[in-house]
Design a protein around this ligand. Structure first.
Ligand SMILES: NC(=O)c1ccc[n+]([C@@H]2O[C@H](COP(=O)([O-])OP(=O)(O)OC[C@H]3O[C@@H](n4cnc5c(N)ncnc54)[C@H](OP(=O)(O)O)[C@@H]3O)[C@@H](O)[C@H]2O)c1
Length: 330
């Protein structure tokens, strides 16, 4: 059975606290001249937490924004327009736990003729126990991993990405130390409780990192001049604990509020990676907040990357009748 880095939410929170004392060598590179004027950015899960803060800062820096969210429509866009004075913010409905919603969102972007210069795959969920989606998958597996593969492929194949687009996956340093992929359980639904949910969170981030690295390999050979990069924002005082059992949520909320970074602070390295010229033509970079470092060694194994890609595509084809049209030639 796969095993993530943590099985206890308190262990994960403690590691987050240590992260606050890490060196931030690139922090001085985050400057006001990083701008997004006339650049179009798509951000998933921008209603709250990190995604909202990144969206607000990108709007302040001149971006044309599309916020792909499952809730908060139209209030989130209205709020960002109001607080930033940037009117170029719109919203699109996207529920990553619902395959039809993913297609409908991309269909809408295509019909509006949207082409994105930056896509930030931010949305994720942490559940207190397993939950099955309508299409039969584990919800955390679908939202935090597989739906990101689908969305990236659909955006690419349906012409929604500029040829030099920057794709950014919001990951977590907790991917480090997760077990190797358990192929026997890949994509299968089974019941679990809090410990396994915490473990799965970091394991699915490992899958995400392996997939993003494989996507980067494939896009390189496809003549795409864009980039695929990843970042862990560090510990964020966000709503990610909203589904925790009440007592645990109360304890974690205390730690998050008093010790963790505000979403606005946590957004800084994400905005830096999304916009700085430091990353022109640099792909498969991993930032842990404001430090660049290698990911877990398992992420770079091309055989695992190929195998994960194939398994993900096979699964996607099995659960989604519209999968094939997005997958030709990738
Ligand atoms: N918080 C941390 O300490 C931390 C540390 C490392 C990495 N991260 C990563 O940072 C990213 C943002 O998380 P956060 O901490 O800001 O959490 P958050 O406050 O819970 O925000 C998560 C966002 O994802 C959206 N979302 C959840 N399920 C969705 C679905 N099925 N379809 C579409 N959107 C969905 C939520 O929308 P609703 O408002 O509609 O629920 C919300 O906008 C995640 O990738 C997370 O793994 C967080």
């Amino acid at each position: 059975m796969s095993q993530g880095r943590f099985t206890s939410p308190l262990g994960a929170a403690l590691t987050g606290i240590f992260d606050l004392f890490r060196a931030a060598p690139l922090k001085l590179r985050y400057t006001p001249d990083i701008r997004f004027d006339s650049r179009r950015i798509l951000i998933t899960g921008a209603t709250t937490g990190l995604g909202y803060a990144v969206a607000e800062e990108c709007a302040r820096r001149g971006a044309d924004l599309t916020l792909a969210c499952r809730s908060g429509i139209p209030q989130t866009g209205e709020k960002i327009r109001e607080v930033t004075g940037n009117a170029k913010v719109d919203m699109s409905r996207l529920d990553l736990a619902d395959l039809d919603s993913i297609h409908a969102c991309v269909d809408g972007l295509v019909s509006e003729g949207r082409t994105f210069d930056v896509v930030i795959f931010n949305a994720a969920v942490t559940l207190a126990k397993s939950r099955r989606t309508a299409s039969g998958q584990d919800e955390m597996f679908l939202v935090n991993y597989l739906a990101n593969v689908m969305l990236a492929c659909l955006l690419l194949k349906r012409g929604c990405l500029a040829s030099d687009a920057r794709l950014l996956f919001i990951s977590s340093d907790s991917h480090r130390g997760a077990s190797a992929i358990d192929w026997a359980e890949f994509g299968t639904f089974f019941d679990y409780g809090v410990s396994k949910a915490i473990s799965n969170y970091s394991y699915f981030k490992l899958l995400l990192n392996i997939m993003a690295t494989e996507l980067d390999r494939r896009l390189r050979t496809d003549g795409f001049s864009g980039t695929v990069n990843l970042i862990c924002p560090g510990p964020v005082n966000s709503n990610i604990i909203r589904e925790a059992p009440p007592f645990l949520r109360m304890v974690l909320r205390g730690i998050f509020t008093v010790i963790f970074k505000s979403p606005a602070k946590a957004a800084e390295p994400v905005v830096y990676l999304a916009g700085s010229a430091d990353f022109n033509n640099r792909s498969n970079v991993y930032l842990h907040m404001f430090a660049e470092k290698p990911m877990d060694p398992k992420v770079y194994d091309p055989e695992e990357g190929q195998k994960l890609w194939d398994a993900s595509v096979d699964l996607w084809k099995r659960i989604d009748s519209r999968a094939s049209e997005a997958l030709t030639d990738l």
